[in-house]
Design a protein around this ligand. Structure first.
Ligand SMILES: [Zn+2]
Length: 293
């Protein structure tokens, strides 16, 4: 098996990033506009995230003195100013996540750029600086997205699934540091439950915990970067908060864990790139191409 090639700082064996995407009700407006007009219920289920879930999450992070990273759509930053301000005051990095959680693969390059500019404006006001982190809504990137991100000052994306460690994605405009993610480390895949998907049963939290623990063990043994993607409107509920707390306790039993943020991992990856110790990848070509590796 190919070794990860990443040596973590201070002899740590694994990097752990807890990340929360504070989507709130944004995605419903952009993806199911008709439905959102008529269904107050689903909008309110989603507003539970910024209204209630975030505050439980901040308490949990405080209890264990853990770093974390938040991704916030511009609309949520505009609407829930005090929530985002609190996250910023607690020194958690905040990254871009669309304006209304748009499906980027349905937009033209110009439209996507407009969304990035608008979202940046909303977040910059609260951060007091321009955001440098990005996660694509639903992890959907267009072929031109990495270029656009670099053009707008973004240095890090966390949306692709081709690795378990950070790497540099080569673009015409320079390198974008990629911090990979995965569906199995995303709470929505197990616990997102709406009227529209009621035929899909809610996953047993203990089974999810077992999956996350086993996956962690693999990352630990192979020096990976374990990125958990969570949503306050989903896992802000008590049963799921207890599951996440159980995972935290499990990980804390391992001796050499770098609890960190996507921003810190990005900076560290940049330093590795400078000395030629970070893998550089090109985007997968749009047509089949034989490329010996
Ligand atoms: Zn999202």
């Amino acid at each position: 098996m190919r070794s990860s090639g990443v040596v973590w700082p201070d002899g740590q064996r694994v990097a752990v990033c807890l990340t929360w995407d504070v989507d709130g009700e944004s995605a419903l407006y952009s993806r199911q506009a008709e439905r959102s007009r008529n269904q107050l219920g689903e909008l309110h289920q989603r507003s539970y995230g910024p209204e209630v879930g975030v505050w439980k999450i901040l308490s949990l992070l405080e209890k264990y003195e853990l770093p974390a990273t938040f991704y916030v759509p511009g609309y949520i930053a505009d609407r829930y100013v005090s929530v985002v301000r609190e996250i910023v005051e607690r020194k958690y990095p905040v990254g871009l996540h669309g304006y209304l959680h748009e499906s980027m693969d349905t937009l033209t390059r110009e439209q996507e750029e407009d969304v990035i500019v608008r979202a940046k404006r909303s977040l910059s006001n609260l951060l007091g600086r321009e955001p440098i982190l990005y996660r694509a809504p639903s992890w959907e990137l267009n072929r031109w997205t990495p270029d656009l991100l670099i053009k707008h000052g973004i240095i890090s994306d966390s949306s692709l699934m081709d690795d378990e460690v950070p790497y540099a994605l080569e673009t015409d405009s320079g390198h974008l540091i990629e911090i990979p993610i995965q569906w199995i480390l995303d709470d929505a895949e197990y616990w997102l439950h709406t009227r529209a998907n009621r035929d899909k049963p809610i996953s047993d939290p203990d089974t999810t915990l077992k999956i996350w623990e086993r996956e962690f063990k693999g990352y630990y043994e192979h020096s990976g970067c374990y990125v958990l993607t969570l949503h306050p409107f989903i896992s802000g509920r008590w049963v799921y908060m207890q599951t996440i707390e159980a995972l935290i306790r499990y990980i804390r039993k391992f001796p050499r864990v770098w609890w960190t943020t996507v921003e810190e991992v990005t900076r560290y990856s940049e330093s590795l790139l400078k000395v030629g110790q970070l893998r550089v990848k090109k985007p997968v070509p749009p047509e089949p191409t034989v490329q010996r590796r």
